[in-house]
Every structure is written in structure tokens, then in C-alpha cells.
Design a protein around this ligand. Structure first.
Ligand code: FES
Length: 581
């Protein structure tokens, strides 16, 4: 599989332009590096491997990545490389305002420039929390030097009063239970202590676990990477093996563009359906595909994923958490089942240099309630439903496995919230004219509207409805939703309201028809009325006054194409300008 015969190796690596000679500049580069105590023979032309670390105490899900970086270094040294660790901006989902999504593209830019500008031949991407995974894959893809991802792994299961509680999912559930009177505030505070018991990312099949699974299904991580708990010793082994492997990937010149092919993205989309993965994967995979020049569209998600049964019984769609998924065999079992069902491009290459099928064909399922058979699937049709109609000309998405089946075909009266502040001001009002047959509509929460496209699409129901034991209503917005959330929630409605998409002109009392089986989302007004309202529409979201927010607002694309910056789409390669010394 190697592109190079042994006679051709060692070939001249790009790092030798910095370190491999006797000129003043070569001495300059080496001598400063040696202040870290590196022996001279480490600059003998061996592969120099960057370890791109999203460690940060402000990103608690990634706070253990320094330990993993040391394991990666061990592996790189063992294989004859020189590891050099460097930090990049770490977008932490649980802390950043207005939303971590606002910083995904910025992080990808940081990653891309850091890799290209430094004397690196390959890179290990240390990722974990939601946005860190797509951001690093996007940045690495735009440089296209050999790269391998290592996920931090999920937290141990949450445990409280003899029940398992999942990251995010339990938080949303308990918050609603407090509003409905089923749980006291003191209970809620007590449960807080039991939710996050160890290092690692969310333990549900939320966005972090989904993106770790997407990374593995794309072939950008070693097989088994997605599910190993953060504190399991095998997570450290995975890091060390990945360190060893990247050195050989550099020797083989095995690049992201060799791995992330159209077929690899199709494998990932089908995998997402099988695991009941997050709707956020739609946006992130579209953006990653754009960086490697793969023509992937929203419709691919529907066509490739609609007949995939969800077989992984994990919250928020199902019952278990990532620990059980790992003990059952993890993602390799799911990929094997896709292969057996004729739903896998078996010849797709992974970072191992082997085909994806060769990695999974011999694995076993150790718990068929956690990873179900197709006949006993959690949802016969998983995947992501892409809805279109006069309310979403460029599409909107819904996750059927997290929705209430009886609401998938529904006609209801719109109750409109102009933005998130309007929602917060009205939702607890006992006089709000709403019942469970209504459709809640939230505007101005898309990429430009919020800004950053916050995870507010799964807006909580009014307390007066919750008190009656009702847990779900149809909700529509241009926002995203946490991968740990659930409900009949229509998201990513495009074009977004802030740029005058039809969502912007929905009024209280309008009737809306949702028909998921027929993939339609229709605002029941005439074409003439639609045109008149759109003609009268004026933007309410202002351009930010300078700084990154202005750059974001000016250049962010729509959710339907991945919400990347227009000037970042594509691969720019690893060539870099001359030395300035
Ligand atoms: Fe970081 Fe969920 S908040 S992984």
C-alpha cells in the first residue's frame, strides 16, 4: 500500500528545510530547539511530528489531553520520529459564549496555519469536546500533511440514586422535571455532583461521541478509537499506538486526501444513522468535506442515511451510555454490521494503511441489547431526515430516532419567538396562548443570527404544558441542538431568518404542515402572501462592530453547506513562504 518503495526511503521531508543542513538558518532553527534539551541526533532527518493539542482547563472534556500527549510522544519516539507538542485554541462546549460553534472555524484556521507554518511532516490531532474534532480535521485537511486523530474518550457513566444519568440528556430531562414539579431543586443540585464523574467528553451519543465515531468511520483514527473511556488504560494504549503509526504514515505519505474520499464520507453518514448520531454531524461533515474538495450535500445525508436502522441503544435515542458501547465492542461492531448489510465501502483506506473492512471483519458483538440486530433495531429508519418546502427552501434537518413518532406528521398553529430573548421572556408566562398541538417557532438563531448558531433549537416546553405530563411538541428553528438532546425538533432551517429566509416571516397563528415521511415542511400561506411578507421584511440582526464577530458575520456560510467561512473552503496544501531570517 505504500506509495514509496524501501529504496526511496528516506526521502527528503519538509522538516529538513528547517533542520537538515549547515547554513546559518539551519543552525538558527536547531539551536533554539535545543534549549529544550533535544540531543543533536534528533535532527537527523527523521520525521518531525506535531501533536496538536486542544488541552485546556476551560474545556473540561479535554483537560486530560496532556497525559495522552505524553503517550503519543512515547509512540513517536519508539517509531523513530521527533514529537513536538503545540497548543491551539480549544473551543469548549460547556463554557464558551455565545456558543462554541462560533469558534470552530477560527480554531480550524489556527490549526491549519500552525501546521503549515511549522517544521512538521505529520500531525497527531488530540481532540474530544464537540467542536475540537471537526475543527482539527478541517484544519488538517486544508494542509493535507499526514494526520491521525486521537480522541480523549468519553467520561465514565453518570450514577445517581441507583440510576445511570447521561451527560446533557439528564440535564435537559431534570430541568423539565423541576419545572413540572416532578423533581425538587435540591434533588437537581444533588444530581449535579454525579453527572461528570471522571475526565472525558460527554458519555451519551452526543456530538462528541458522534464526531469521534465519524472520525473512526472516515478512517482518520485507528479502529476502536471512538468508544474507549477516557480513564481506561486502553485509551493510553490507543494514544501510544497512534504515535507509532503517524511516523509510518509520514514515511508512506498517507494523507487526509487519500483517506477522506467520497466513499469514506458515505461510510460515515451511514454510520451516523446506525449509531443514532447527533444532527451536528451534518454540519461538521459538510464542512470537512469542503476542505478536502469532496462534493457532499445535504441531500446525501437523506439519501444515504434514510434506510439505515439505528442499532446502537444509547442515550439520547436509547438507554445505555458510552461505557456499555465500549464493552459491547464499540464502533467496529457497527461498521462490520454495515459491511455485512452491503452498506459499507469496504475498500476505503484508514490511517492504518489497511482497508476499513480488514479492520472490523473479525470483531464480535458482546451485548446485543447495546448493539442491536437490524431485526431488533431501536428505530427502523434512523439517519437524518432532510426536510424541504416553502419554509425551508435550502433544507432543514430532523433526527427521527430522537423524535416522537406520532408527531412526525403534524399540522399545528405557529407560536413565534422572534429570537432567544423573546423566547425566554414569554415561555414561562402562564397566559401564553399555546397548547401541545401548536408548533413552536424560534427565529434568528442561525449562523449569523445568534451569532454562531447556538444549541437552542430544542427549546424547553412551557411549564403549563409540562405539568400536564406532555414531554414533546414540534419545534422549528434555524438553530442547532445538542447531540445529547431529543424531541421532534426541526433544526438548521435554511436560509436562516437573519438573512431573510422564509422562517423570518412566520407569524403567530400561521398553520404549518410537517410531513417527515414525505420530507416536507410547509407554511400554509399563499405564494402571494409569502412574497408580500418577504418584500416587507427588514433585517433585525446588526453587523457586529469589529473583531472576530465581524469576520464571522461577514464570511460564515449557511448551515446547509456546513457553516464554514467562504474563504476557508478547500485545501491550500503545505507549501509555505521562505524564511525571514
Ligand atoms: Fe464537551 Fe459534551 S460538553 S463533550
Amino acid at each position: 500500500m505504500s506509495k514509496f518503495t524501501p529504496a526511496e526511503w528516506p526521502r527528503k521531508l519538509r522538516s529538513t528545510e528547517w533542520f537538515g543542513g549547515t547554513s546559518r538558518d539551519h543552525i538558527y532553527h536547531r539551536s533554539w530547539m535545543k534549549n529544550q534539551g533535544f540531543p543533536a541526533d534528533l535532527f537527523d532527518g527523521r520525521p518531525v511530528i506535531g501533536i496538536c493539542n486542544t488541552w485546556s482547563q476551560l474545556t473540561p472534556c479535554n483537560a486530560h489531553l496532556r497525559d495522552l500527549a505524553e503517550r503519543v510522544k512515547n509512540g513517536i519516539y519508539e517509531a523513530g520520529g521527533l514529537p513536538l507538542e503545540f497548543p491551539v485554541f480549544s473551543p469548549g462546549e460547556s463554557t464558551l459564549r455565545p456558543t462554541a460553534m462560533m469558534y470552530r472555524n477560527m480554531t480550524s484556521m489556527d490549526v491549519e496555519e500552525a501546521i503549515r507554518a511549522n517544521p512538521l511532516d505529520g500531525v497527531v490531532l488530540l481532540v474530544g469536546c464537540d467542536k475540537t474534532t471537526p475543527a482539527l480535521l478541517m484544519g488538517a485537511a486544508s494542509v493535507d500533511l499526514p494526520a491521525i486523530a486521537v480522541s480523549g474518550g468519553p467520561m465514565l457513566n453518570g450514577h445517581w440514586r441507583n440510576q445511570q444519568i447521561g451527560s446533557g440528556t439528564a440535564l435537559w430531562q431534570m430541568s423539565e422535571m423541576v419545572k413540572s414539579g416532578e423533581l425538587t431543586q435540591d434533588d437537581f443540585l444533588e444530581a449535579e455532583q454525579a453527572m461528570s464523574r471522571s475526565p472525558g467528553s460527554c458519555n451519551t451519543m452526543g456530538t462528541a461521541s458522534t464526531m469521534a465515531s465519524m472520525t473512526e468511520a472516515l478512517g482518520m483514527a485507528l479502529s476502536g478509537n471512538a468508544a474507549i473511556p477516557a480513564v481506561d488504560s486502553r485509551r493510553r494504549v490507543m494514544a501510544q499506538l497512534s504515535g507509532r503509526r503517524i511516523v509510518d504514515m509520514v514515511k508512506d505519505d498517507l494523507k487526509p486526501s487519500d483517506i477522506m474520499t467520497r466513499e469514506a464520507f458515505e461510510n460515515a453518514i451511514r454510520t451516523n444513522g446506525a449509531i443514532g448520531g447527533s444532527t451536528n454531524a451534518v454540519i461538521h461533515l459538510l464542512a470537512i468535506a469542503g476542505r478536502v474538495g469532496i462534493d457532499l450535500s445535504l441531500d446525501d445525508w437523506d439519501e444515504l442515511g434514510k434506510d439505515i436502522p439505528t442499532i446502537v441503544n444509547l442515550m439520547p435515542s436509547g438507554k445505555y451510555l458510552m461505557e456499555e458501547f465500549f464493552y459491547a465492542g464499540g464502533l467496529p461492531v457497527v461498521i462490520k454490521m454495515l459491511g455485512e448489510g452491503g452498506l459499507l465501502h469496504k475498500a476505503s483506506l484508514t490511517v492504518s494503511g489497511q482497508t476499513i473492512w480488514s479492520e472490523v471483519k473479525d470483531v464480535k458483538n458482546w451485548n446485543d441489547d447495546v448493539i442491536r440486530s437490524v431485526e431488533n433495531a431501536l428505530t427502523p429508519q434512523g439517519g437524518i431526515a432532510v426536510l424541504r418546502g416553502n419554509l425551508a427552501p435550502k433544507g432543514a434537518v430532523l433526527k427521527p430516532s430522537a423524535a416522537t413518532p406520532s408527531l412526525l406528521k403534524h399540522r399545528g398553529r405557529a407560536v413565534v419567538f422572534e429570537d432567544i430573548d423573546d423566547y425566554k421572556a414569554k415561555i414561562n408566562d402562564e397566559e401564553l396562548d399555546i397548547d401541545e398541538t401548536c408548533i413552536m417557532v424560534l427565529k434568528n438563531c442561525g449562523p449569523k443570527g445568534y451569532p454562531g448558531m447556538a444549541e437552542v433549537g430544542n427549546m424547553g416546553l412551557p411549564p403549563k404544558i409540562l405539568r400536564r405530563g406532555i414531554k414533546d411538541m414540534v419545534r422549528i428553528s434555524d438553530a442547532r441542538m445538542s447531540g445529547t438532546a431529543y424531541g421532534t425538533v426541526i433544526l438548521h432551517t435554511s436560509p436562516e431568518a437573519a438573512i431573510g429566509g422564509p422562517l423570518a416571516i412566520v407569524q403567530d397563528g400561521d398553520m404549518i404542515d410537517l410531513d417527515v415521511p414525505n420530507r416536507s415542511l410547509h407554511l400554509d400561506i399563499s405564494d402571494e402572501e409569502m412574497k408580500a411578507r418577504l418584500d416587507a421584511w427588514a433585517p433585525s440582526v446588526e453587523m457586529p462592530n469589529g473583531g472576530f464577530a465581524q469576520l464571522f458575520h461577514t464570511h460564515v456560510e449557511g448551515a446547509d453547506t456546513g457553516a464554514d467561512f467562504d474563504f476557508l473552503i478547500g485545501c491550500r496544501g503545505s507549501a509555505v513562504g521562505k524564511d525571514s531570517h
